[in-house]
Design a protein around this ligand. Structure first.
Ligand code: UTP
Length: 469
């Protein structure tokens, strides 16, 4: 057990001795828990964040320009280039050079779901969970390419046990256990608005996961990068837990990334509106970056080019291909900037846990896209929103379970129509409450072409909700 006197001295030095105010009332287990939390804290980091807090959020930096983007194919030459890229990506997949990497350590506060976000049901008909959806896609792709696609999953202290238990209960959704590797990201303390650390409970320090930027460091410190090297992995297909439309290890994206010699590539899409709350792919000081919506001034947000299109149109959807050596380099020698966000953080006030009604603390996080400026070469690939983006962020409304169900249905309607199966509502979103809904398991068909090979044109018509696979 860490030494109490040492910790008391450290806390005093940093003006955080209030964290031991409950010490005398704690039982031995409580004392052990609290000391264990305190022993893990890097107080030099806390000091640095206190200074950041006083200085306010970092400024937006140098002038920004729109980043170059490989746009959706429009000409035959584009289509040929994409076909060539697909062959290159497929080759890498056949040779087992790509891994899937899911960041699932977030707190999912907006969704407010009780459990890891990946256990949230998104299947419009079956209610299959996000984890199952991703697992089936990885399984289907490894079957298609007759190779192992290892799946690395980052959790956090808050959801690690529940996530692993969920995989266990579901028999890893048919995946081989040795090819699913979990690791936990680090936690960092949150600070109140005066820079003081908080107790989350009588014997726990209030902390939060260190942001998805922590994934690059977590890959290194957990040994996952070593595991990748042992397996001959060169490319990491990075994705977030909440988007069932993500194409994991997308061969076209992977191939374009390889052909461009890129170290870190990103998928982008046309922003739905100037004020859509989504980061934009930009160049700043000549380097690729993502400028968050809160950091972009209104003039830039609304700027329109001669073609009538938003100047800063390319919204980043947090889907990346990242090279293993690049992660090694960044995680070994760089540090990513700490972003601040004000939150309502429950805290122990000496007698009970208080749930504040207003923002009382600041959460610090790093973001994975802040690695982009360190890349010697990068690529942004435009994708269509309808095909690649149906995130579940909120309980209702925009980017919610309801909207995701509708978008998935419209997407699968498109596949069915292409395969010659009449759908009475091909272009319309179904009613969020009653459907009809459509769902195709990745194990039944990974894409429209595979579906077309499995059904007979006109073989049946869709009249009500339908699930294939
Ligand atoms: P979000 O930024 O949407 O955060 O994460 P969240 O925690 O899921 O949800 P809110 O903001 O509390 O409502 C985007 C992705 O990054 C992961 C999340 O699990 C999600 O897949 N993430 C986020 C981490 O893995 N770790 C973090 O520290 C933060």
């Amino acid at each position: 057990m860490p030494n109490l006197d040492d910790i008391r001295a450290t806390l005093k030095k940093h003006g955080q001795e209030h964290l031991l105010a409950t010490w005398d009332a704690l039982d031995p287990e409580g004392r052990e828990r609290l000391l264990d939390d305190l022993a893990r804290i890097d107080f030099a980091w806390v000091e640095a964040r206190r200074k950041d807090l006083k200085a306010g959020a970092a400024g937006p930096g140098g002038e920004i320009f729109p980043a170059p983007v490989v746009e959706l194919p429009k000409t035959d030459a584009d289509r040929q280039q994409f076909a060539k890229a697909k062959a290159v990506g497929e080759d890498a997949l056949r040779q087992g050079k790509a891994a899937a990497f899911l960041v699932a350590g977030g707190q999912g506060t907006r969704l407010g779901f009780n459990g890891p976000k990946g256990a949230f049901p998104v299947g419009p008909v079956s209610g299959r969970t996000l984890f199952q959806w991703h697992a089936e896609q990885i399984l289907a792709r490894s079957i298609r390419y007759r190779s192992v696609i290892p799946w690395y999953i980052m959790t956090s202290r808050e959801n690690d046990a529940d996530t692993k238990a969920f995989f266990d209960q579901n028999d890893y959704f048919g995946l081989a256990r040795e090819n699913v590797v979990f690791f936990q990201q680090d936690m960092v303390p949150c600070l109140d608005l005066d820079g003081k650390m908080l107790l989350a409970d009588v014997d726990r320090v209030a902390m939060n996961p260190n942001g998805h930027g922590g994934s690059l460091f977590g890959l290194r410190t957990s040994g996952a990068l070593d595991d990748m090297r042992r397996r001959g992995i060169e490319y990491i297909s990075y994705f977030q837990v909440d988007n069932p439309l993500v194409t994991i290890c997308d061969p076209v994206f992977l191939g374009l990334h390889i052909l461009a010699g890129s170290e870190m590539s990103s998928k982008v899409l046309m922003k739905a509106a100037p004020d859509e709350r989504i980061g934009v792919a930009c160049l700043q000081d000549g380097k690729p970056t993502v400028v968050e919506y809160i950091d972009m001034d209104e003039t830039s947000q609304n700027a329109v080019g001669p073609d009538g299109r938003l100047t800063f149109w390319a919204g980043s959807i947090a889907i990346h291909i990242i090279n293993v050596p690049f992660v090694e380099r960044v995680a070994g020698s760089e540090s990513l900037p700490w972003h601040q966000s004000r939150k309502k953080v429950p805290y122990f006030d000496g007698a009970r846990v208080v749930k504040p009604k207003t923002e009382n603390a600041v959460k610090f996080e790093t973001f994975v896209f802040d690695a982009l400026p360190f890349a010697d070469a990068f690529l942004n690939l435009e994708v269509s929103r309808e095909h690649e983006f149906a995130p579940v962020k909120n309980a209702t409304g925009v980017d919610s379970a309801e909207s995701s169900r509708q978008l998935l249905t419209r997407y699968f309607a498109e596949w069915l129509v292409q395969a010659g199966i009449p759908v009475p509502f091909p272009d319309n979103l179904p009613s969020a409450a009653t459907g009809p809904f459509l769902e195709i398991s990745p194990l039944y068909a990974l894409d429209a072409e595979e579906l077309a090979g499995k059904v007979k044109p006109g073989g049946f018509a869709v009249e009500r909700s339908l699930m294939l696979g």
